[in-house]
Design a protein around this ligand. Sequence first.
Ligand SMILES: [Zn+2]
Length: 533
Amino acid sequence: MNETIAHWNSIVPRPVDVRPLSTGDSSVDGIQISEPITVSSDDGVLARDVAGMIAIALGESSVGVTDSATATVFVECENPEEPEDANAPQPESWQLECGVGSEQIEIRSTHRLGALRAAAALAQVLAVSSIEAYAPSLEQGGRRTIVLPRAVVSGDFAFSWRGGMLDCSRHMMSVGFIKRFIDLLALHRMNIFHWHLTDDQGWRLPSSAYPELERKAAWRDDNTTRYGHYGGIYSRDDIASVVEHATRRGVTVVPEIDIPGHVSAVLHAYPHFGCRGEELDVPVRHGIFEDVLCAGSNEVHTFLETVFDELCDLFPGPYIHLGGDECPSTRWSECPKCRARMDELGIHDPALLHGHLVESAVNAIRRRGRTPVGWDEVLEGGPPAGMLIMCWRDVAHARPAIESGYDVVICPTNRACYFDHKHRDDPDELGRLSVCTVEDTYGFDPGVLKSDGRNTGNGQGTVVGSQGNIWTEGIPCGKHAEYMAFPRMAALSEVLAGTARGAESLARDLERIRAHARRLRLLGVNAYDGPAI
Ligand SMILES: [Zn+2]
């Protein structure tokens, strides 16, 4: 009985509940599953997508769709369609019955997303068992047979925003890797892929209105390394295929154009969008740059309205991220056009021009019926109600946002959610100087600031979730990004599902993550496997 529970609890995040059906003593009652695994559902699209989720772990050739009554997996979903309103919340709770009254697996959910989350849970447990007795077993006539213990397993999520961010400006990740990253998020039942598409070091989006972005802002000349002339954009077809892939996995793509700072690449292509009008190189070095968008230029405001409108054309999802981080006001205080704009607006602090620029992006996003998202610096400009705030600095920055009525995503840089940091404090370890261990991520509790204000009507916002951020200044390729992401992303998925059991059970949770990291490596994921997990 306990082995059955342990078996199903080996998946990450852990299910909310496991009810074993066997009452036997030492021998665990299980069903035998042979490959190829077949999936059946009244909704053909859902059957295809459930099979696709299982294939992340087992490979395309081991999973298929069937109409047959002998299918390995039946999917019963009350509302299998995508909701017409992308903003409508879609419950993700799920239930999986393994060997209840039959030798098959039944997935039950009220909505499509729940069925996909159950499929992800099943994919993990099929991939490799944590218990030796169930290890991918029994070669029978060349077909692999897997034994799964009988149980009713159910899952749900404490937080609705469970994400991973990938910076594709500093290093441009391949479309193939981006889809794999989305697959690995989905395998951990995460639901947000935040795609950081522009920064000082490169612009990665097509634009009909501003063709110099593709011709100039997308490229940097790096003579300090082997990279040389480096860059490019994702084509419209690339973007459409990423969005379609994510949709099949039940993952929402949140694209980001970072303004009004971090725009050196834009100012290389369109120098007159800056206060000084000087053409800048697309930089090779990293950091915070003083040349930002000129707040006093009408052309800049038109640029913002246009590129965010174009972004809404490319991405159908409910959220559009406008950046807003790390934007010095030095140039604005020196610029005659910005000074004139301050007079028009009746403001005395140049820093408030930040909010004026953000407003143009917000207007474009709102016109398209989407929710704008910004890093926590946007709070200083008094953002519009309903904007989602992403707090990357200390968690303390989230509290005033919540109290002012904003919903927040908290992903603090200090030892929790920045997965470009080292896995452990070792000069030989990959990553930036800072350290974030799996234990640090487990110790992160986004719920500490969660308010029930919405229910009590006192005007407070709430914490909707968190995400792991992969900034790629020092991460040139997908394999390296995987190493940084895992298994910390898995630990974060558990925190966000609400199934991490707290300090008293940390040792047990870490042991499960160690076993899970082995599972990931068997799936070909380049997960970190050193000490400190
Ligand atoms: Zn200016």
